[in-house]
Design a protein around this ligand. Structure first.
Ligand code: PLP
Length: 400
């Protein structure tokens, strides 16, 4: 009987609206790209995770189209029944070769990968120590495990040490330090060298979710372990195919052979959910081919990021992130009490002028730290980047 539930749910929706937290979805009337169509008209898109511009790349689209003919539309099976095509295992091998790991297991999403990895590897006798800013899927995945949970302040190695001491004092059998490689609201990197040093000292494993790095961070695009020179010291990498690697969907865990073998036997989102669709597998392999063959897109992404930062500094905006080693996630800060309103007004004004950016405020980010999160892409031209900065300046002049 739905009855009273309707009123209760309506009241909850009203609360969300009253708090200004209701999320409205803006429909695109085009492919995902640097230039998109919205109801407000044509817009330059600066809020996708399309870091390398592969979401509508002709080679990726052609591979997916041809896969429909060769491999069909769907798998209608989980992997271990009859849902494994030779291209699924080929993609897993390609990811292992690219990341320099022993083995890889695909999931329908990185949310599922993070949801399925902890419960299998860490039981009651174990401890998981997690950065406070880790992605929601890591938080949920850790909740599913029976291991003791510890949390450390964002990227704070002293606090991580304190938690490691506590976990060792509690006599944990296995300890795993878990971090995002890049924190997506700040565009900041996890301090992986310090984390790996502490892991050695306390005999802990390290898991890195590299969703916002794989494909474009590091000279070869192999992500934050490559950037920090610790690829052989990170035990488990999770990541997504839904951002730089073509942007469709799918995720993976890449690790030691035994870890992956056990996940294939026991990981619930892998065992009990449909295989990644054939066209997505083929498109993702084509994306990896492009990424491995050339660093051009990575170079364009880097120069767009640097250009954006330097023009925004010149224009007097406050940015988060490191100018010496910038990530394409570039938060433009609007601090203080009035910041949330200002950020929203500026983002709205910019969309009116054909530049699509998104404002974030509390509770998505801490109170008083509202921001517009700009995401650069290799698909942007220099003119696009300059147009974005000009739109920021025009919006600020119009609303302040
Ligand atoms: C750090 C991180 N991990 C995991 C995910 C989930 O990835 P997917 O979209 O493949 O489920 C995301 C996506 O937002 C993410 O940013």
């Amino acid at each position: 009987m739905y009855g009273a539930v309707k009123d209760q749910l309506t009241a909850t929706l009203e609360e969300i609206r009253a708090a200004g937290l209701y999320k409205h979805e803006r429909e695109l009337a085009s492919a995902q790209s640097a230039h998109v169509s919205t109801a407000a008209g044509e817009a330059l898109n600066f809020c996708a995770n399309n870091y390398l511009g592969l979401a509508d790349h002709p080679d990726v689209v052609a591979a997916a189209q041809s896969a429909l003919d060769t491999w069909g539309f769907g798998m209608a099976s989980v992997r271990f029944i009859c849902g494994t095509q030779t291209q699924h295992t080929a993609l897993e091998r390609r990811l292992s070769d690219f990341l320099g790991t022993e083995s890889t297991i695909l999931y329908s999403s990185c949310f599922d990968a993070n949801g399925g990895v902890f419960e299998v590897l860490f039981g009651e006798q174990d401890a998981i120590i997690s950065d406070e800013l880790n992605h929601a899927s890591i938080i949920d995945g850790i909740r599913l495990a029976k291991a003791a949970r510890y949390r450390y302040r964002n990227a704070d190695l002293a606090d991580l040490r304190t938690q490691l001491v506590a976990a060792r004092a509690a006599d944990a059998r296995r300890i795993c330090i878990v971090t995002d490689g890049v924190f997506s609201m700040d565009g900041s990197y996890a301090p992986l060298v310090g984390i790996c040093d502490l892991a050695d000292e306390f005999e802990a494993m390290v898991l890195v979710d590299d969703s916002h790095a794989v494909g474009f961070v590091g000279d070869g695009g192999r992500g934050t372990p490559e950037l920090f020179g610790v690829a052989d010291r990170v035990d488990i990498v999770t990541g997504t195919l839904g951002k730089a690697l073509g942007g469709a969907s799918g995720g993976y865990v890449s690790s030691h052979q035994e870890v992956v073998d056990l996940l294939r036997q026991r990981s619930r989102p892998y065992l009990f959910s449909n295989s990644v669709a054939p066209a997505v597998v083929a498109g993702s392999i084509a994306a990896l081919d492009l990424i491995a063959a050339s660093g051009d897109a990575r170079g364009r992404l880097r120069s767009n990021t640097r250009l954006f930062r330097s023009l925004m500094h010149e224009a007097g905006f406050a940015l988060l992130g490191d100018d010496a080693n910038p990530h394409p996630i570039t938060p433009v800060m609007f601090p203080g009490e009035d910041g949330a309103r200002l950020a929203t007004q500026i983002a709205d004004h910019m969309l009116g002028n054909g530049v699509y950016v998104i404002a974030f405020s509390y509770p998505v980010v801490p109170q008083g730290k509202a921001r517009i999160r700009v995401q650069l892409s290799a698909a942007h031209s220099e003119a696009d980047v300059r147009a974005c900065v000009a739109a920021f300046s025009a919006a600020r002049a119009a609303v302040t």
